[in-house]
Design a protein around this ligand. Structure first.
Ligand code: ADP
Length: 290
């Protein structure tokens, strides 16, 4: 795991000890987690957060224990999707307790702490290279957060990553080495091209990728009970196994906006598609372990 650390306080003289302490804290906090899956995409707005929450729901419905860590500090939306916008992390016996939905899915998101009309701002120490410092601070904070939370025993911890190939690579460097990546795209050549670039960048960084999900693969028309085309047919290849295709379903968008108060109706093609993606993901993950 690459080292991101808080270099404030002691002028950097004790950096190695800080890094080692943080890595140890993260490893110990995540010791009870069976699979870590980072859900990313080179492209924004393709439904990465929606797919992450939908997968969490499908895995939970199958009896698994699941939590989500919203690693998108600039645009955190998992708290909203989970209906946990006012659910701060409070100290418990073994660290900060992970806020949970009534169905048991744990969700850690900056959106639970910072009101939706405010930006998440991290203190920066330099003007000229502000973006570099911001990224360093972000990872330092993320590391502290991961190591301070009481994740307990989990089958799956899903990371909802910020968009961008470069960001995905930073996370591949930062997250524990056995984290598996799943990418999300929409079926346009533009999006597939950007995601194919992310695959190349992640491959070069040595990340292990289990496959990709094609979201918004057609539009589910409830009145005609049919999936209609949404994007023109695309041909750009993505060199990963396809985990499944999820149609755009207005009922799913509405569930997201309402904080997903109930499970999606199993009669809908979107729910069946999500279930199939979850099953393929589980097969791919188990395959990595055998
Ligand atoms: P990203 O995380 O990639 O930025 P989001 O998951 O936030 O994208 O999705 C963007 C918007 O599209 C949200 O309003 C979400 O509800 C909606 N959306 C995503 N996928 C679907 C889908 N399959 N059906 C209906 N709405 C969807």
């Amino acid at each position: 795991m690459k080292s991101y650390f808080d270099i404030q306080g002691d002028g950097g003289s004790n950096v190695v000890a800080q890094v080692e302490a943080q890595l140890e804290a993260i490893q110990s906090a995540l010791a009870g987690v069976r699979f870590r899956v980072a859900v990313g995409s080179g492209k924004g707005g393709v439904g990465k957060s929606t797919v992450t929450m939908a997968l969490a729901q499908a895995l939970r419905a199958g009896g698994a224990t699941v939590a989500i860590l919203d690693a998108d500090f600039n645009g955190p939306c998992q708290a909203h999707l989970a209906g946990l916008t006012a659910a701060p992390w409070v100290p418990g016996a073994r660290g900060l307790s992970v806020p949970r939905r009534p169905d048991g899915i744990g969700v850690v998101s900056m959106g639970s702490l910072v009101p939706a009309d405010r930006p998440v701002s991290l203190e920066t120490v330099s003007q000229g290279d502000e973006h570099v410092w911001r990224s360093t601070k972000e990872f330092a904070f993320l590391g502290q957060l991961m190591g301070s939370l009481d994740w307990g025993s989990l089958d799956y911890l899903l990371f909802d990553l910020p968009p961008g190939a470069e960001r995905s690579v930073q996370f591949a460097d930062f997250l524990p080495a056995d984290t598996l990546f799943a990418l999300v795209t929409v079926p346009s050549d533009v999006a597939r091209g950007v995601v194919a670039r992310s695959v190349a960048a992640l491959e070069a960084a040595g990340a292990d990728m289990v496959g990709y999900v094609e979201n918004m693969a057609g539009y589910y028309c409830q009145d005609c009970d049919e999936i209609k085309p949404l994007f023109p047919a695309a041909t750009t290849p993505i060199p990963l196994p396809l985990l499944g295709r999820i149609p755009f379903d207005p009922a799913l968008a509405e569930l997201c906006d309402r904080g997903w108060p109930e499970a999606e109706s199993q009669d809908r093609p979107s729910a069946q598609a999500i279930e199939a993606v979850a099953q393929n993901l589980v097969l791919a993950l188990e395959g990595r372990r055998s």
